[in-house]
Design a protein around this ligand. Structure first.
Ligand SMILES: CCCCCCCCCCCCC/C=C/[C@@H](O)[C@H](COP(=O)(O)O)NC(=O)CCCCCCCCCCCCCCC
Length: 216
């Protein structure tokens, strides 16, 4: 996040603002902003405790792969998710049927984050419409079961379930989000959700068009 050091308190608003910047005028998804949005989320996750370390580590490693592409000699091809897909498919840089020599393709790496974005969408929507007595662990678990879990083996699902249990309760969770009183959190989410959904939907359609949704 611009200007904020790792330890500094940050607002969840900043993270969602970064995601908002993802959409270009022609409705393409800017990869640098997408990556920055995830960086913010990982930072937030790290504030929740070391039990989430295995999750943030995996997400960070995927971010690093994408940054490598962005900073690489063909970086300009990675300006948007659309240009990345076009470039990698044209140059045969994607393992379409089984894991092979292109395990770190932008397409397969981003797909993992894209699937996690669906979890985020479902979780934030639950958070937005929740009431005081609702449990974040339940909201998080339900969102996970409806999305990301289908791509994970049993051990990961089990570990994720254990981690969800130690999530702070709704009031403390809102506190960490550092947005203001609950009404303000709800309003902020209401404003940001449509944009996150749009980023998700555009990516989903693009991947479907090119048969990339099952990349190994
Ligand atoms: C608030 C609690 C946050 C809980 C996060 C829920 C998601 C649980 C994901 C569990 C992932 C476990 C780590 C390992 C995953 C990998 O096996 C698997 C497959 O990778 P591969 O094909 O390269 O082998 N990787 C993935 O599916 C990518 C997972 C990326 C997860 C990123 C989660 C970031 C969460 C950010 C939290 C922000 C919370 C904001 C709420 C207000």
């Amino acid at each position: 996040m611009a200007g904020a050091s790792e330890q500094q308190k940050f607002s969840f608003q900043e993270i969602l603002d970064t995601f908002k910047l993802c959409l270009t005028d022609s409705k393409e998804v800017d990869l640098q902003h997408y990556v920055d949005g995830w960086r913010g989320l990982i930072k937030f996750l790290n504030c929740l405790g070391s039990i989430f370390g295995f999750i943030s580590k995996d997400a960070s490693s995927k971010i690093l792969i994408l940054v490598g592409h962005l900073k690489g000699e063909n970086g300009s091809q990675y300006a948007t998710i659309q240009s990345m897909v076009k470039y990698e498919l044209e140059k045969d840089l994607v393992d379409v049927t089984k894991r092979g020599i292109h395990q770190e393709s932008g397409c397969r790496t981003l797909l993992r984050l894209h699937r996690a974005l669906r979890w985020l969408e479902l979780f934030l929507e639950r958070l937005r419409t929740s009431s005081e007595e609702d449990k974040t662990s339940v909201m998080c678990g339900e969102a996970y079961n409806e999305s990301l879990s289908q791509y994970h083996p049993w051990v990961i699902r089990k570990a994720a379930g254990v981690a969800f249990h130690v999530l702070p309760g709704r009031p403390a969770f809102f506190e960490v989000m550092n947005v203001g009183p609950p009404e303000q959190v709800v309003a902020m989410l209401g404003e940001a959700m449509p944009l996150i959904s749009e980023v998700y939907d555009i990516t989903e359609k693009l991947y479907a068009q090119h048969n990339l949704l099952d990349l190994p």
